[in-house]
Design a binder for this molecule. Structure first.
Ligand code: FAD
Length: 292
């Protein structure tokens, strides 16, 4: 099923993200976690590509299994940074052969040791180049892209970032998923600005439930997200008690989702990080709203 058909509905759609194992030996445990999340029958599940140290070779296999074994629509991530055209074309052909209908097109983060000279020799400089490649493949993928309510860290300002985002959409992105954010007003403000700029595709709000204090620093480093005082107080109070922190983090994420839906943001993607218990708890907190 194409995600665009799910994203245009008015009811709340809740989806979950998983990532491939870092090592081959971890594959079975990741597979089991993914299956438990799939059994919740979310609107869809996404599988990251290479992010967080996961090996990219499993992205396709995991995405295919979610769809085949559980009937849950899947979104396979694909990055292009420092890849050759040959490699990317082979990946696209494999996605197509596996019957994957939805692809999240991403540039990927630039490794810290790469110079401007290295970059100018790459086949793909920005994700828009990958989106064109996906369109040219004639595979009829439903293509998604990333967006940044608090601007992408490399951007000079939000106006420039939104201009680039529009180019991405014009090249063929049918929907966008946001970077994590912890203050919903940042998203509402961003949505207003992108709609003004003529970007009309569905935007999926990315919510990260912080379930342990160690995650906080990592999440900020990765996303540059602003931490509201309300969230900081929660970490200060519960950070040293793992069970309480988990409960408070899930409650905070649930609150964010309820507020989003109350403000007509119907599509929410939870960065569930291969944690079935977290996905399950969030879904059950919203059971009446979801009608599940
Ligand atoms: P782009 O859209 O290419 O933008 C990158 C930067 O370049 C931005 O600052 C943009 O404004 C600027 N830019 C774009 N076009 C131009 C242009 N023509 N000229 C000048 N500047 C330009 N990473 C992974 O490795 N694997 C994953 O699975 C993964 N999943 C993600 C999912 C989501 C929802 C998000 C938000 C991020 C994800 N990432 C993932 C991280 C992502 O790869 C990084 O944030 C990366 O730095 C940017 O990727 P992008 O596709 O947004 O890049």
């Amino acid at each position: 099923m194409k995600l665009i058909d799910i994203l245009k509905q008015d009811k709340l759609s809740l989806s979950f993200e998983v990532f491939p194992p870092k090592t081959t030996s971890a594959f079975e445990s990741v597979k089991a976690a993914v299956e438990e999340i799939a059994e919740l029958h979310p609107a869809f599940m996404s599988v990251t590509y290479g992010a967080g140290g996961g090996t990219s070779q499993y992205t396709l296999e995991i995405a295919q299994n979610i769809k085949r074994l559980h009937g849950v629509p899947t979104l396979a991530h694909l990055t292009c940074v420092s890849s050759t055209k040959e490699t990317v074309r082979a990946k696209i052909a494999a996605l197509r052969a596996a019957g994957i209908e939805n692809v999240m097109a991403l540039r990927g983060d630039i490794p810290a040791d790469r110079t401007e000279e290295d970059r100018s020799a790459w086949d793909y400089r920005y994700v828009v180049d990958l989106i064109c490649e996906l369109k040219e493949s004639n595979a009829d993928f439903c293509i998604g892209g990333a967006c940044y309510p608090e601007i992408h860290p490399e951007s000079v300002n939000q106006k420039e970032d939104i201009k680039r985002l529009k180019e991405k959409v014009d090249a063929g992105c049918e929907f966008l998923t946001t970077q994590m954010f912890f203050d919903n007003h940042l998203l509402y403000n961003f949505l207003y600005k992108i709609r003004e700029a003529g970007i009309t595709v569905p935007v999926i709000a990315g919510i990260m439930p912080i379930t342990n204090a160690n995650q906080v620093e990592r999440a900020i480093k990765l996303s540059g997200s602003f931490m509201p005082q309300r969230f900081k107080s929660l970490v200060d109070k519960f950070g040293s008690d793992p069970a309480a922190m988990k409960q408070a983090g899930i409650a905070y994420a649930t609150d964010q989702i309820i507020d989003l839906f109350a403000n007509n943001v119907t599509n929410v993607h939870v960065y569930s990080m291969n944690k079935p218990d977290v996905a399950q708890k969030i879904q059950s907190n919203l059971s009446d709203i979801l009608g599940k």
